[in-house]
Every structure is written in C-alpha cells, then in structure tokens.
Design a protein around this ligand. Structure first.
Ligand code: GAR
Length: 205
C-alpha cells in the first residue's frame, strides 16, 4: 500500500512521465496510481500501460466540448484511484477552477522556461524568438492562471549560441527529468509549504 499515491496527466510523448516512472514510482512510498490524458492516442499512455499503471483518456469531444464536465470526470477518476498529488507532465490543457478545487495545493506542472518569462504554449520558441541567452525549467504549483502558480524549483541553462528549439529541448528535457521527480519527492515527504508571510513564495525543507 502506497502512502503517497500520485497521478500524472500527459498529452504527448511522455518523457517526463517516463522519468517519474523510472525514478519516483515505487520509491519512498510514492506510487503512480493513474495516468490520464486528453488524447486517447498519446504515447504517454502506452508508457504507463507498460509500467502496469492504470490509464484513461478524457477527450473533450466525449463531453460535448464542456470543459467542466470533462474535468469533473477526470477528477472523479483520479480520486477514485486515490491520487493525492497530480503532476502535469506535458498536459496541454488548462484545468478548470472546479478541477483545481478538488486538489488544493495538489497540482504541479513542469514548464520549459524560467517563469514568469514565457508562459503558455511554445515557451522555448518564444524564448528563442526573444533572443535570450539563458533558458531554463520551472516546476510550480498550478493555480487558475496560465503558468502563474507558486514556484517550487527552477534551474537555468546558459545556451548563448542556441539557434533552434530542438537544440534547446535536448538540454531542457534533461533538466525537467530531474526537477519534476525532485519536486514530487519533496512534496511527498512534506518538505514543501507556502510562506505564511507571502503565499506566492514556496518554502522548502
Ligand atoms: C515538456 O517539455 C514540458 O515542459 C512541456 O511539454 C513537454 C512535454 O514533454 N510542457 C509545457 O509546455 C506546458 N506549458 P514530454 O511529453 O516528453 O514529457
């Protein structure tokens, strides 16, 4: 019996999910009990199935385009599976406030930029177009905004000569695969709290 069941949501390839399955799942009482997606054919779901983890897809079309209905079904399924934390690993949908209310301070996201710079989609492409010399990764709690929640972990990487997104992503992914599992481990052991004097600020340890 796991004492810290978690869920992962992913829309795409699932390399971050794989890092979680390889380094966090079945360690230190943490267990991935559910992997959900908005896309039935997402390769991430296949990775979960290979690891013996329950999967389900919740396409918007199955709920007549009603985001609240879709997110309610998703939250019901994750809670039936016992998830205490939901990690977004390349989940490309905005979660509704109704979903977030079901997991207070219980949803984290990995984003391929140093927030608050370059929120939203195609962050690496935004950063390249801006001509930045320092790229990076942020893991943060999810709130109702777009990539605006309290920051848990960040790491920068200097790539002053980077010209294309693939080059940057190679470095970014390697960082993500360490930072998202690390944030999950910290949360599971109760080492992550909000500063009562500044609820935007995360205290670690
Ligand atoms: C990751 O780079 C993640 O940061 C990004 O999607 C990728 C998923 O890769 N997420 C976002 O851009 C969210 N705004 P993966 O499917 O190989 O884990």
């Amino acid at each position: 019996m796991s004492n810290f069941p978690i869920a992962v949501l992913a829309s795409g390839t699932g390399s971050n999910l794989q890092a979680i399955l390889d380094t966090v799942h079945c360690h230190d009482g943490i267990e991935v009990v559910a992997v959900g997606s908005d896309i039935a054919a997402a390769p991430a779901l296949e990775r979960a199935r290979r690891a013996g983890v329950a999967t389900a897809a919740f396409p918007l079309a199955d709920h007549d385009g009603d985001r609240v209905a879709r997110d309610t079904a998703l939250a019901d399924w994750l809670q039936e599976r016992g998830a205490r934390l939901v990690a977004l690993a390349g989940y490309m949908r905005l979660l509704t406030p109704q979903f977030l209310a079901r997991f207070p301070l219980g949803v984290v996201n990995v984003h391929p930029a140093l927030l608050p710079a370059f929120p939203g989609l195609r962050a690496v492409e935004q950063a390249l177009a801006h001509g930045v010399r320092v790229f990076g990764v942020t893991v943060h709690f999810v709130d109702e905004g777009v990539d605006t929640g309290p920051i848990i972990l960040q790491r920068a990487v200097e790539l002053p000569r980077a010209r294309d997104a693939d080059e940057v992503f190679e470095q970014i992914h390697a960082i993500e695969h360490e930072l998202l599992p690390e944030a999950i481990r910290l949360i599971a052991r109760g080492a992550v709290t909000l500063d009562p004097d500044n609820p935007r600020r995360v205290l670690l340890g």
